[in-house]
Design a protein around this ligand. Sequence first.
Ligand code: NAP
Length: 277
Amino acid sequence: MLLVTGATGNIGRPLLQELHASNAGPLRALTRDAARTTFPGGVEAASADLADSTSLRRALDGVRSMLLVSGLGPDADIIDTARRAGVEHVVLVSSITVQTHPHLLPAAEKSTVEMELKASGMDWTILRPTQFASNTLLWAEAIREHRPVRVPYADTGLPTIHPADIAAVARVTLTEPGHRGRTYALTGPERITPRQQAAAIATALHRNIEFAEISPEAARADMLPFFGPASVDAVLDVTGGDLNDELLQVRDTVPHLTGTPARPFHLWAQENAPAFR
Ligand SMILES: NC(=O)c1ccc[n+]([C@@H]2O[C@H](COP(=O)([O-])OP(=O)(O)OC[C@H]3O[C@@H](n4cnc5c(N)ncnc54)[C@H](OP(=O)(O)O)[C@@H]3O)[C@@H](O)[C@H]2O)c1
């Protein structure tokens, strides 16, 4: 049995579709409310909260491999519960900031989870994706309401990744040999700036989007309610305030591991246009 946590999320949904399409064997999808959602036929839905070890233990019954999306619950406890349940291999979604910005608190937290998994005795594979294309959903309300998209660092290009590419790598590493004990930094195929992302969404919507570059200070005030004081400065640093070559680098890990070119941002924008209408 293979368990996917974060099953209704940006990575979990396409991963379950990929696993199902490739006949990867018995699949279980972990969500806090299985009644609220549907998964591909044959996928077993398990209602569990990652913060509740009793429900998690039930969801882990018979599981041999799992995708663990970090940061959704108490990761150290989740890893311990998985080990006790007999899980053999965990593919962990971490973050590229572990290697690009190790001094930032959110990156240090990911680094700690990576170390806890490595020390667990279970086999492990670590995925370190860069900024997700789906982060632009933060703009969806403004775009739907024909208000300007307010963005700092408008002309800073980052190698944003399509979450389906993280899912594609997760499927390969969960189901094919040779990936245990490996850490993969994952990026998209090219650097793209927020201004270019807004233009790609406008093209997908067949209309103009008003775009306003704002100062980092104004962005901090906008973002504080969403990210909270512990993370807002880190988010600003990794989106333009404190860049380094490691963060800017376009990597070939996705095509190398999946055999398919990494998906460009404009494809994500076309697929997700309804969210902006
Ligand atoms: N966004 C980025 O730019 C970026 C960059 C690098 C790394 N990352 C990492 O990528 C991961 C996020 O992946 P994602 O975008 O696929 O996740 P996501 O879409 O934000 O969320 C995944 C799902 O987690 C479930 N969930 C939330 N709390 C839960 C709980 N207590 N118990 C069980 N399930 C819970 C929710 O599903 P239900 O409501 O159905 O329970 C949610 O749909 C994080 O580890 C993040 O640090 C993100």
